[in-house]
Write a protein that binds this ligand. Structure first.
Ligand SMILES: Cc1cc2nc3c(=O)[nH]c(=O)nc-3n(C[C@H](O)[C@H](O)[C@H](O)COP(=O)(O)O)c2cc1C
Length: 188
């Protein structure tokens, strides 16, 4: 079977991000035949402004969009900010949505979140599903991955994912996502 080329996106920029740590753990939890690489950083994407777009697409936007467009699927790993999608991530999606060949259109997407609280970022996930539906992405329905009380799931300092239940849950989602992506893309 052909390898699937999956890009991962992290909704947090901070160095000690738990979501970033989960993103880094994904390749070791993926089924054989699924290659997961991080998308280019979105930190340099300006706040959306049609005037900037008219002056020329910013390089960080095109690099981010190209990586998504060229991938067989996308995994978004993001915190919840104030019960919703972090503004920077939403802004990046807003930029790509203005492109004639929107990279998210028809793109298989899986969502994961880590949060300090009990809900594990669930509210963000359902808002992100709504937003990605608007750009016609095709979103894996389940299994869902919510990593709650995230500080307990990663080792202090190295931020290695240590919680077996979380690893099992992520593996299950990645296996389901492989099947989903192969069905959506016809790549077998
Ligand atoms: C601006 C802001 C808003 C936040 N809002 C929420 C929230 O609504 N729900 C929640 O569970 N955690 C919230 N948090 C806490 C984050 O879940 C926690 O900081 C998490 O570790 C951030 O993800 P990261 O470790 O990947 O950077 C918020 C944090 C920030 C900085």
């Amino acid at each position: 079977m052909a390898d699937l080329n999956i890009v991962s996106i992290c909704g947090s920029l901070r160095k000690a991000s738990f979501n970033g740590a989960l993103q880094r753990a994904l390749p070791s939890l993926a089924p054989a035949g699924m290659k997961i690489t991080p998308a280019p950083a979105w930190a340099g994407i300006p706040i959306y402004n049609h005037d900037i777009q008219d002056a020329g697409w910013p390089a960080p936007v095109t690099a981010w969009a190209d990586a998504i467009r060229n991938a067989d699927g996308v995994i978004i790993v993001s915190p919840e900010y104030n019960w919703t999608i972090p503004g920077g991530l939403k802004n990046a999606i807003d930029w790509t949505s203005r492109m004639k060949d929107d990279p998210f259109k028809g793109k298989p997407v899986a969502i994961q979140s880590c949060a300090g609280g009990l809900l594990g970022g669930a509210r963000m996930q359902y808002h992100l599903r709504q937003c990605l539906t608007s750009v016609e992405a095709v979103i894996l329905i389940r299994p869902e991955v919510f990593v709650n009380f995230s500080a307990k799931k990663f080792s202090e300092g190295t931020l290695e994912l240590t919680d077996q239940g979380t690893k099992d849950m992520v593996k299950l989602q990645l296996e389901a996502f492989e099947k989903f992506v192969r069905k959506q893309t016809g790549k077998n």
